[in-house]
Structure formats: structure tokens, C-alpha cells
Design a protein around this ligand. Structure first.
Ligand code: IMP
Length: 189
């Protein structure tokens, strides 16, 4: 079965390919010749995930899923949340985003945070939604070279290494996206 993952992000595609069973042929936006930057104009992660999946199904007529993820920090009332990619500006620079977050948390004792992923699936003219969460805390400084986004400053609960230090297999086993993806895969099987 051919299924589009509505992303241009190579890191995310690699993460997801590792957990998709062989009978699902996962293709990216690039693979279907879509080079558009699909606008994420929703007010919630749920809305954005559906906007992206609907864009592909409408314009390419293919079964598709899209994800939208946010990092929600308790002491900042859930910020950066739906604005995680653009927290420090429209160029979506991860270093700038992390620097801004560390700066905004400087005076806070509570560093609890969680990642949340929402996946919207369009298949056989039906719409579905799956979500996954991982709880953790924001470190005082960046640590690790792996991963992407806020990985160097996110310490998952129960671990002594950040997402940027842990092997990808470990991240996938406990991450927001891994959890949401496994719900999607269970549904497709
Ligand atoms: P997206 O909706 O999946 O593109 O995620 C929005 C933003 O959240 C990204 O630009 C990253 O900054 C951040 N993000 C998403 N997933 C992860 C992750 O697994 N680790 C670290 N940061 C992430």
C-alpha cells in the first residue's frame, strides 16, 4: 500500500521509515513531486495536521497522513506549542528556538514539558486522528548532536540523556511521534 507522509523533513521521514512495516510503501512530498510549503494556519496541532493531509489528498488524490508536533512547556503556559517551529522567527532556526526557550526559562524552577504529536490520516474517503505524548523536562543547556529541533534540550522522564544523545531506536520507542505512529500503524494493519 502506497501512503504519503506529508513532510519535507528528512529526519522525520527517516524516523518514521524505521517503524513502518514493509507492506506500507511510505513516500514523501518530494517523492510525489510536491515542493509546496503547505501553510500551517491552524490554531491547534489538530487543525494543522488535517490541513496538511487534506492538501495532499485534494491536490494529488492519494492516501496521506500528516503530523503536527508541538513542545509544550508548563511554566510558559504551553508555549511554544503550535508555534514551536517559528518560536524565534519565521526562518524556523532550531538553535535560535532553543536559545529563546532557555532564555525564557532562566528564572523558572519548573522545567516540566511535553512533546505532543497529532497525526491526521485520510484514507478511503475517511478522516482519522491519532496522538502521542512524551513527558520530560527542559535542560539548562544543549546536550547531544543527534536528532533535530528541540532534541538537545529535551530530557525525557526516566532518562539521563537528552533526545539528541539517545540512540534513534530509543527515541522512537518513547517519543511523541513514535507513540502516535504506532497507533496509526496498528490502525492500518
Ligand atoms: P512539526 O509540526 O512536526 O514540523 O514540528 C514543529 C516543530 O517542533 C519542529 O520545527 C521542531 O522544532 C519541533 N519538533 C517536532 N518534532 C520534534 C522532535 O522529535 N524533537 C525535537 N523537536 C521537534
Amino acid at each position: 500500500m502506497k501512503l504519503v507522509f506529508a513532510t519535507h523533513n528528512k529526519n522525520k521521514l527517516e524516523e518514521v521509515k524505521k517503524i513502518v512495516p514493509p507492506h506500507i510503501e511510505l513516500v514523501s512530498l518530494t517523492d510525489i513531486g510536491c515542493f509546496d510549503d503547505i501553510p500551517e494556519t491552524g490554531a491547534t496541532l489538530e487543525e494543522n495536521a488535517h490541513i496538511k493531509a487534506d492538501y495532499v489528498t485534494k491536490n494529488y488524490g492519494l492516501a496521506c497522513f500528516a503530523d503536527d508536533t508541538g513542545l509544550l512547556v508548563d511554566a510558559l503556559n504551553g508555549a511554544p506549542g503550535v508555534y514551536s517551529a517559528r518560536y524565534a522567527g519565521t526562518d524556523k532556526n532550531s538553535d535560535d528556538n532553543m536559545n529563546k526557550l532557555l532564555e525564557n526559562l532562566k528564572s523558572k524552577n519548573n522545567r516540566a514539558a511535553h512533546f505532543k504529536t497529532v497525526i491526521a490520516l485520510n484514507i478511503n474517503n475517511e478522516k482519522y486522528e491519532f496522538s502521542g505524548i512524551v513527558e520530560g523536562e527542559i535542560t539548562q543547556a544543549k546536550k547531544g548532536e543527534k536528532g533535530f529541533g528541540y532534541d538537545p534540550i529535551f530530557l525525557p522522564n526516566g532518562y539521563n540523556e537528552t533526545f539528541a544523545e539517545l540512540p534513534l531506536e530509543t527515541k522512537n520507542a518513547i517519543s511523541h511521534r513514535g507513540r502516535a505512529m504506532r497507533k496509526l500503524i496498528d490502525f492500518l494493519q
